[in-house]
Design a protein around this ligand. Structure first.
Ligand code: BMP
Length: 272
């Protein structure tokens, strides 16, 4: 397995404010669960976030799938953030030139940078995408995740592409706080005997306890495999929690609690 320092120790060393808040929240609430709430009605989005809020460190959104979006939704999301003590990750997967992504991140209908503490980007364009997003996000204390790997069958983000993503992160440690990946890539620090103060968060989607995948290429692994065997820091769970019925709020709370317990147990085992 992969060893790392505790979330609390890592929070104390974190320089990026979003990374620090996230790690502090994980330690305080004893959870490494992020819930991905991919529903199309704002009423369902808010109800699910309210139900899973006690069990998460992070809520992941795809704000552009909400059919009835209006700007009052953001204030409601922020009320839930205060009520339950978590932060937001808008899973925007930016992928354009620096100037364009800066506009997409700051402007338009969603004004992502104004409310989302963390967002992510593909590294296809090279270093300029980080420069563009940092021009908006850094002054606001935001953090960026790079897509180093994907959970889907046949993903092209492997080998030298993944290595190049790690290299880009190393060159931008003020803003890049970690990766979307299936494992802690070799040499990525955060170990107990690690001398360097380099520390990247590994967030892993494609997590499910009951299912192996879906009909569109998604592949699931368990919280235990991701956290204990692969060194992931945060498990991202979507349909495994709300999938059977987005209106069954009690069942959703129960499942979130179960994933939280599985993820935390694997983390505690990794520490010793
Ligand atoms: P689910 O647990 O329902 O399969 O949802 C996974 C979520 O994580 C989706 O929002 C998807 O966009 C995202 N995701 C993923 O599944 N695999 C990746 O490699 C990267 C992702 O962002």
């Amino acid at each position: 397995g992969v060893q790392t320092r505790s979330y609390g120790q890592r929070a104390r060393n974190a320089k990026n404010p979003a990374a620090k808040t996230l790690l502090d929240t994980m330690e305080r609430k004893k959870t490494n669960l992020a819930v991905s709430v991919d529903v199309t009605k704002s009423e369902d989005l808010l109800a699910i976030i309210d139900a899973v809020g006690p069990y998460v460190c992070l809520i992941k959104t795809h704000i552009d799938i909400v059919e009835d979006f209006d700007s009052t939704l953001i204030a409601k999301l922020q009320n839930l953030e205060r009520k339950h003590d978590f932060i937001y990750f808008e899973d925007r997967k930016f992928a354009d030139i620096g100037n364009t992504v800066a506009l997409q991140y700051s402007s338009g209908v969603y004004k992502i940078a104004s409310w989302s503490h963390i967002t992510n980007a593909h590294v296809v364009p090279g270093p300029s995408i980080i420069k563009g997003l940092a021009s908006i996000g850094l002054p606001l204390g935001r953090g960026l995740l790079l897509l180093a790997e994907m959970s889907t069958a046949g993903s092209l983000a492997t080998g030298s592409y993944t290595e190049a993503a790690v290299e880009l992160a190393r060159q931008n440690q003020d803003f890049v706080i970690g990766f979307i990946a299936q494992r802690r890539m070799e040499g990525l620090g955060a170990g107990p005997e690690e001398a360097s103060d380099e520390d990247f968060l590994i967030l892993t989607p494609g997590i499910g306890l009951e299912s192996q995948g879906d009909s569109m290429g998604q592949q699931y692994r368990t919280p235990r495999t991701a956290v204990l065997e692969s060194g992931s820091d945060i498990i991202i769970v979507g349909r495994g929690i709300y999938g059977s019925d987005p209106k069954a709020i009690d069942a959703i709370s129960g499942k979130a609690r179960r994933y939280m317990e599985e993820g935390w147990k694997a983390y505690v085992e990794r520490l010793v």
